[in-house]
Design a protein around this ligand. Structure first.
Ligand code: NAP
Length: 311
């Protein structure tokens, strides 16, 4: 089978850190083109454009990875699908649920593939945690996602704008693990959202969840004001008293105090293996569960104003 000819739209941090090297190392993909508003290029790409619309005109282009901020992802994805291209959507896959629903419809109408990527789900430790929890009832969940926004998002203004999701930009990674490993669906019960007085997106959030069965103590705490050690941890306790700990963003798993998985994350290698399979099967994969929890938190959340945030 010939390699999938792919283009990347938006050459920001994640495109450079992950998409470009991972595509370059996967023989099932050929980087045909890139588009960058700032006019960046890449040595592996045969074509470079500043306007992604020009990239979408390439007849031999099969698919694009949309690595822009979420606010513009839908408009670009829609144009790509209508131009007959398949799309890989960075997370979060759109700015609203309705936009994502429309992409689902368009995928069916155009016969092209739409793939929502939740990179944290591609850790072996997450897969093992899902297996270990299958069939059990959960009585306690504690998600602690605390990081230093100045370190991880220097100069990124879009994350503070409406539709940039603020602390939910990393928080949705935790939610994508929760929706993957929990043996039954969880719902947002309460959400306290802390908005800096000079920003349109939250810097911190405290969530509680409900389930259909039982009265579990299910919580998540997201905070972007963490300095010193960073925390990307999820702890789950089953009714039987078994404790699972996922740490380091989902790359490390302990069950009952025993280390079960600890490995270097290879999330994007897994994402492109999956995209290859989906393109070959002409099948879309649209998982909106993590995104629905974010939408629900914003919908029922109580907003608290906190001190202004300066970069
Ligand atoms: P970023 O560094 O700000 O890069 C986004 C790039 O998109 C910009 O550099 C720009 O690149 C392009 N762009 C910006 N506005 C645009 C517009 N209006 N129309 C078209 N292109 C536009 O952000 P990032 O960290 O790479 O994040 C991008 C997405 O990946 C986000 O949804 C984020 O949640 C997700 N993500 C990020 C990370 C991470 O570690 N940073 C990890 C996983 C997922 P050009 O000038 O080259 O066009």
């Amino acid at each position: 089978m010939t390699a999938h000819r792919i283009g990347i739209i938006g050459l920001g941090k994640i495109a450079q850190d992950q998409h470009l090297p991972v595509i370059g190392a996967n023989p099932n993909f050929e980087l045909l083109a890139v588009s960058s508003q700032r006019g960046l290029s890449h040595r592996d790409a045969r074509h470079t454009f500043q306007d992604y619309r020009e990239l979408l005109k390439l007849p031999e282009l099969e698919a694009v990875s949309i690595c822009t901020p979420p606010q513009v992802r839908y408009a670009i994805a829609r144009e790509a699908l209508l131009a007959g291209k398949s799309v890989l959507l960075e997370k979060p896959p759109a700015a609203t649920l309705s936009e994502l629903e429309d992409l689902r419809r368009l995928a069916a109408r155009t016969g092209r593939v739409v793939f929502t990527t939740w990179h944290a789900q591609y850790n072996k430790a997450v897969k093992e945690a899902r297996k270990a929890l299958a069939g059990w009832s959960v009585r306690r969940l504690l998600v602690t996602w605390k990081e230093d926004v100045r370190h991880w998002h220097p100069g990124q203004q879009w994350i503070w704008q409406a539709g940039g999701f603020g602390v939910f930009d990393p928080g949705v990674n935790a939610l994508s693990i929760v929706t993957r490993i929990m043996p039954e669906p969880v719902f947002i019960k309460t959400a306290d959202l802390s908005f800096p007085s000079n920003r349109d997106a939250p810097i911190a959030a405290a969530l509680t969840f409900a389930m259909n069965h039982g009265e579990g103590d299910l919580q998540a705490v997201f905070d972007w004001r963490q300095t010193g050690p960073q925390s990307w941890d999820i702890e789950v306790e089953t009714e039987a008293g078994l404790i699972l700990k996922l740490s380091q963003g989902g790359s490390c798993l302990e069950i009952g105090g025993r280390l079960v998985v600890k490995e270097e994350p290879a999330e994007y290698e897994g994402i492109y293996r999956r995209f290859d399979a989906l393109l070959n099967a002409r099948q879309s994969e649209i998982d909106d569960a993590p995104f629905r929890l974010v939408a629900d938190a914003f919908m029922i959340g109580r907003r608290v104003q906190v001190e202004p945030f300066e970069d």
